[in-house]
Structures are given as structure tokens and as C-alpha cells.
Write a protein that binds this ligand. Sequence first.
Ligand SMILES: *Cc1c(COP(=O)(O)O)cnc(C)c1O
Length: 358
Amino acid sequence: MNRVYNFSAGPSMLPEPVLVKAAEEMLDYNGTGMSVMEMSHRSKVYTSIIENAESLLRKLMKIDDSYSVLFLQGGASTQFSMIPLNLFSKYRKADFINTGNWSKKAISEAKLYGTANVIASSEEAKFTYIPEDYKLSEDVDYVHITSNNTLEGTRFMSFPETGNIPLVADMSSEIMSREIDVSRFGLIYAGAQKNLGPAGLTIVIIKNDLIGKHLNITPTMLRYETHSKEKSLYNTPPCYSIYVAGLVFKWLDDMGGVKTIEKINNEKAAILYNFLDESEMFANKVNKKDRSLMNIPFAAPTDELNEKFIKEAEQAGLSTLRGHRLIGGMRASIYNAMPVEGVIKLVEFMKKFELENK
Ligand SMILES: *Cc1c(COP(=O)(O)O)cnc(C)c1O
């Protein structure tokens, strides 16, 4: 067996011990004689799997009882419409900070149901920084940010102070990578396939007082109320993805939680950024203080060199380094499951490539 270092932006690497455990339990989960994939979502055994996943998630992110944790489907992309449908309760209007491709998608969906007020944008600089100069509105139902920008490689170091107005954050590509104060947010959402588990599961962490205020047109399946009342079991949830996410939570908890992984993530990102800053071939164009810890775009001076790099890296066991088609060049996604060793190997390879192609 030959496992590679996989720098995919998502679906992405999972911790090896998690995959080993899932493989061990594939045919017979805990003496039940069946796989988690084959099990009723209403069975006692499955109830303990989903409850355990939720309680570990609450522990890792320090989420108190004034929030609901929902295990949904449809990806972060469905949240782009579910959020306005449920939160446009008074003004039918929200403030948005436009920091990239995913923000733009959230904005265009919100426009279907009300007003998306873009209070700041870094589009004029190709989204290479996080705007800090803006004025929040008073007559909005929420403020939306994309806390980590997966394509562009930026992140909010600190979050807007929104007072009584709920702050909503798309944390798809950084959830559980650093300690955050959940109480600052009205709603946090994330597709699981970047930092938490397999595709098919979407996590929503929502303040209870925001539930039940949906627009009348909101389909039952798209109401937070439906899923919070039924503890994410209104219909069949993404059972297997929840189970694997639970294994990821256990892995993270056993190693010391988010505080510990944050240190490791800082270390990994520093190894790569330090090299990029001294390299004469490779460059990262992001404003230094807004650099993402999770997604690191970089490029050589020509397309030919980029292509050569991607091809030779693949042959060296450094996989999926091609940048997003909108950005070009390369991108290393170094989520929680990427070991320090993988980043060291990448930098060694980059140094060698630079020498050989001077
Ligand atoms: C990947 C990603 C999405 C889209 O997630 P899906 O689960 O594929 O819908 C949205 N926002 C951000 C920040 C992402 O990284």
C-alpha cells in the first residue's frame, strides 16, 4: 500500500487512524454484525453514534446549550439559501463582507430572498486581503463572512464586532483548525469534507433564539426548526459520514483538542510560508497578516514551470497541488489531517525543484 501526501482542497485527507478504525469496523460495528452503513438511523446503536459525535463536537468547540448543533446534508452551498430563508425575519436584509468566490455565491443566493448589502470587498485586489474598513448597517438581520477563503488563501484573524446583530460565518475550510469563541457567532456552518470527515455532511451551529423565524415559503427540509426539533433525525441523516466525523472528533480530542491542533497548524503553515518568503521562484501574493493556515496558494513565474512542478510533485507522492481553476498556479491545502512531515516533504521538494530549474 502506498499512501501519498494529499494536498486536495476537499474532499481531503483524513487522519490515518480514523481510516484504519473505520476499516476495522466496516463489516461488524461493535458486535452488531452489520456495518454502520446498513444500520437503521433509529436504532439504539446509531443513536449512541450520533449523540456521541454531537457531544464530542460540543466539547471540542466549547459549545453551550444556548446553541443547537445540526447534522445536515446539501453541503455548505445549501446553507447559502437556508440562512436567508431562516434568518431574514425582520428586515429581509443582511450585510456581507465579500472576500472571495464562496462569499460571492452566498451573496447571490441571499439576493433571491431579500437584500444582500455588500459593505466591503477585496475583489479589486483579486481577494488578496481581508477588508477592515467598513461600516455595519443597523437594519439587517445578520452579518455574513467567509472566515477562511479556500481558493484565495486568506482568513479573518479576528472577527467583526457586530453587537446585537448575529454574525454568521462560513467556516467550511477551517472549522476546528483554531480556537474560536463560538459565543461571538449567531450561526457557524461548514461542509464536513475539508476538516471534519467525508462529504455528505454539513454542520450547522446555531444560536437557539435564531430558530423558528423562517420565511413562510421555506420548505420543511430547509427549516432549522425541523432539524433542531428532531435532533437531526427528521429524515435519514448522512449516517456514515456522521459516524466517520465522530471518529475524527475522537482523534482530535485524544490528541488534546483544538488548542493542540492549532499549534501544529501554525507550525505547518510557518514552514511553508517561511520558505515561500525566501524563495526566488515561488511566490504567495496574499497580504501577510491575512494569510490562511489551511489553504496556501503559490506560483512560479511561468505556466510551464507550474505545470512541470505539479507533474513532478505528483510523481514524488505529493498529490493534488494544482491551484483552483480561477486562481491558477498551485495550492497546498494543509488541513488538520495533514501531518507536519507532509509539509516538510513539500518544502524539500520545492527547494530541489527551484535549484534544478533556475
Ligand atoms: C468548499 C466550500 C464551500 C462549498 O461546500 P459544499 O459542501 O461543496 O457545498 C463553501 N464555502 C467554503 C468556504 C468552502 O471551502
